[in-house]
Design a protein around this ligand. Structure first.
Ligand code: BGC
Ligand code: ZN
Length: 367
């Protein structure tokens, strides 16, 4: 069957190749699920893997099949599968457990080991192919009524985890009740974080460079949040105007902005970093000022990566609620379909060159 792969370590090596079809009985306990791939989303991670900034092939292979944002249809299930049926729409988690205690209790997104296993990213093949098999534990049902949001399930799981982690850590405050949020960046993670925070009732300001009105500003406003163009109003100016934020989520991909946000967090607040920055940039920060403010303000900095099954499930519930609260808004994120695996060059071109492409995804097959 067809697959889109790279040769890790070789820049711009994206190519199509033939790989063997997966077998249901490769999962030994009878809990295998065979999924026909319908759509796969791609993001900056796929671009940076193709740039050879990171990413590794599975042991014994010299290629890595790309794709970690999956949406598919269940074709066959093993004899012991209980919670997934043939005909279900599903997505799949990305990480697979290593050996740490966190991996053993289902929180593989929190592994304490340096080596991590992620389908389509590190040491495991991804979903940009025609079929895949995985264990029932890693397959998550997508309600039929959400199939219009298909490839958003995985990015949503990352946004859901990031914010859930902040709330979890903030139990240290006993009575923390955040009112104002800044979301840095209006890419998929920024927009989905805006949704999660709005559903929690916060006043949300979502910041990105370009002056509106445009698609991103209309999505932000569609969720009853405020869009701020940093080309007009800097984060510093916004903070002077509305006050510091109780929670800030950075999803810009810029470490400079992630550090800059440290100056705009309120007392007792939480700053969550979600960007994977593959480069080697350095930046100057007001370290004395930040240091004293953070100590005197009991502030918290949290990094958040990936997501486990629980975050996929809570993310899916929030997408369903989002569809009811803000009908038709979330679908607008899904801007750039590419027709078929054969169009992989076009897929990469959109990722690299088209700054207006909010979400690129491949229509692999029809249901
Ligand atoms: C993926 C996450 C992954 C992270 C680091 C992101 O693009 O969505 O699932 O953990 O990259 O590899
Ligand atoms: Zn991703």
């Amino acid at each position: 069957m067809k697959a889109i792969a790279v040769r890790p370590g070789t820049p711009n090596s994206v190519h199509q190749r033939d790989i063997p079809e997966p077998k249901l009985d490769s999962i030994k306990d009878g809990k295998g699920v065979l999924v026909k791939v319908l759509k796969v989303g791609v993001d900056a991670t796929d671009r940076e893997i193709n740039d050879a900034l990171y990413g590794n092939a599975p042991p014994g292979d010299d290629y890595l099949v790309l794709g970690h944002e999956s949406f598919g249809l269940v074709i066959e299930v093993g004899a012991n599968v209980r919670n997934i049926r043939v005909g279900d729409y599903v997505t799949a988690t990305v990480r697979r457990p290593g050996g740490s205690i966190y991996d053993k209790i289902g929180t593989y997104d929190m592994t304490s080991e340096e080596t991590y296993y992620e389908r389509g990213i590190n040491l495991l093949h991804g979903y940009l192919t025609e079929y895949f098999v995985d264990h029932e534990d890693y397959i998550v049902r997508v309600p039929k009524g959400l199939k219009n949001l298909h490839v958003l399930m995985e990015p949503m799981s990352c946004a859901a985890k990031a914010i859930q982690q902040a709330y979890e850590a903030q139990r240290r405050m006993k009575v923390w009740s955040p009112k104002r949020a800044f979301v840095m960046g209006a890419g998929q993670i920024g927009l989905l974080s805006t949704l999660v925070l709005r559903l929690k009732g916060l006043e949300v300001f979502t910041l990105a460079r370009a002056k509106g009105p445009h698609l991103k500003s209309s999505i932000v406003e569609g969720m009853e949040a405020t869009y701020i163009a940093t080309s007009e109003t800097s984060l510093e100016e916004l903070t002077k105007k509305v006050g510091k934020a109780d929670i800030i989520v950075d999803a810009t991909g810029s470490s400079k902005i992630a550090f800059g946000a440290m100056e705009c967090l309120a007392h007792n607040g939480a700053l969550v970093w979600t960007s994977i920055t593959g480069g080697k940039n350095t930046t100057e920060v007001h370290s004395d000022k930040i240091n004293i403010e953070w100590v005197l303000g009991n502030k918290l900095l949290l990094g958040s990566v990936n997501a486990n099954r629980e975050h996929f499930e809570s993310g899916i519930r929030d997408l369903a609620l989002g569809e009811v609260m803000f009908p038709g808004v979330l679908e607008k994120i899904l801007t750039n379909p590419v027709e078929g695996l054969d169009q992989y060059q076009e897929m990469m071109r959109l990722l690299v060159e088209d700054t207006s492409a909010l979400k690129v995804y491949v229509n692999v097959a029809d249901a």
